[in-house]
Design a protein around this ligand. Structure first.
Ligand code: NAD
Length: 370
């Protein structure tokens, strides 16, 4: 049995609570002999600031570089609202993304039939939805320089953020989009704002060139990002893979979150380049939600986004498709049985805690694996 190296970074708020359910699943995999994971743990975000006055330590960064996959909970919270900007909790996650070159953020938006009524949209619009938002994660306006606030000396200040994209950054994210689409319904929708942004003009041009050169078999359409947002809530099933930049991807994937009922249901994967020698890629898996300080420590958090993120690690980092399928089926089965955490509750369903939901899912995986 190969041993895979995992770095667990539970983080702040509900992060440790939902990570406990991943540990429960790892415990089952180890005890049943299905897979062996060598796990290490580290601090990130506010808890790391409290202990070391930084958002992530060099020691944890070294562990992250050495891991086959990083499983990340969530970081941040009002307690750290006033810490210096450079060491704010999010800086730990941004450093991981940047230093590991995690440029491709895959966010599936899947609407389980059992949950179609918890969406703010009509059942027929969302039932059976299965799309991917692919967000470029290491470029664009979140990282571009200059990034400044200047005092103009006349009682005014000027804030500048810079949106920058180079050809290679657009090419590599476009390739991930086309490769994903080939394994799904073979359609890519590229979203930008070419009508008002130069980066949008280049984005469209480069995605079109990569398509014409390497992926003619995949259907490609271009859409302005604002129109795309509207289409996402009007008829989301028209999409298969949506590829877009860092800023638009951040917003559009949160819109997609609404479609599926709760932030607590949404997993994500962030992948780096494939290493030509080892054929492996750096990867970080995390739920889309944050640290949910309003419910932290109360056993109310939905662990499904975290568990499904680990499921993506099984699929994308370890090619353990069978185990990932078991986990997906276990989540669907437990929802069908009527178990609900508070965020996805509806009439007649049984409300369970974070740990009860996690235990029910792991029991179901155990049944499927028997
Ligand atoms: P949030 O995702 O933490 O919470 C938004 C709402 O969704 C809250 O009402 C919360 O209770 C609920 N929610 C989120 N996850 C849930 C789950 N698993 N189960 C049940 N309910 C869930 O977003 P926010 O409130 O805007 O941010 C809170 C903190 O998290 C902030 O400090 C923010 O900076 C940080 N944050 C971190 C990340 C990350 O670590 N990747 C992402 C987003 C926000």
């Amino acid at each position: 049995m190969t041993t895979h190296k995992l770095l667990l970074l539970p983080g702040d708020g509900i992060g440790p609570e939902v990570m406990a359910e991943v540990k429960r699943l790892l415990g089952f995999f180890a005890s049943s002999g299905i897979a062996s994971f060598a796990t290490e743990e580290g601090l990130v975000g506010g808890c790391c600031y409290d202990a070391h006055k930084v958002a992530i330590t060099e020691e944890t960064m070294a562990k992250a570089q050495a891991a086959d996959a990083i499983i990340f909970g969530a970081c941040g919270g009002p307690k750290w609202d006033n810490v210096p900007y450079e060491v704010r909790p999010e800086a730990g996650l941004l450093r991981l993304r940047k230093d590991l070159g995690l440029f491709a953020n895959i966010r599936p938006a899947i609407c389980y039939p059992a949950l179609a009524d918890s969406s703010s949209l009509k059942r027929e619009v969302v039932e059976g939805l299965d799309i991917i938002i692919l967000r470029e994660l290491t470029g664009g306006v979140y990282f571009g320089e200059p990034k400044t606030i200047t005092d103009l000396g006349n009682g005014q200040k000027r804030a500048v953020d810079t949106q920058v994209y180079d050809t290679y950054e657009i090419e590599r994210i476009a390739r991930v989009a086309f490769e994903l689409a080939r394994k799904r319904r073979n359609k890519v929708t590229s979203m930008e704002k070419r009508n008002v942004m130069k980066t949008g003009v280049l984005w469209r041009e480069v995605v079109g060139e990569v398509h014409a050169r390497e992926y003619r078999d995949v259907q490609l359409e271009h859409m302005l990002a604002d129109a795309g947002g509207m289409q996402l809530v009007r008829w989301p099933k028209q999409f298969d893979v949506i590829v877009t930049d860092n800023l638009f991807g951040d917003m559009l994937s949160d819109i997609a979150a609404t479609l599926t009922g709760s932030l607590g249901m949404l997993p994500s994967a962030s992948l780096g380049e494939v290493d030509a020698r080892t054929r492996r890629r750096k990867a970080l898996y995390e739920p889309v939600h944050g640290s949910a300080p309003d419910i932290a420590g109360k056993g109310l958090a939905n662990p499904i986004a975290m568990l499904a993120s680990f499921g993506m690690a099984l699929r994308y980092s370890f090619s353990m498709n069978q185990e990932a399928d078991w986990l997906d089926a276990a989540i669907a089965a437990v929802l069908d049985q009527g178990l609900r955490t508070a965020d996805i509750k509806s009439d007649g369903m049984k409300i369970v805690s974070t740990a009860e939901m996690g235990a029910a899912i792991v029991d179901e995986v155990e049944r499927l694996a028997a």
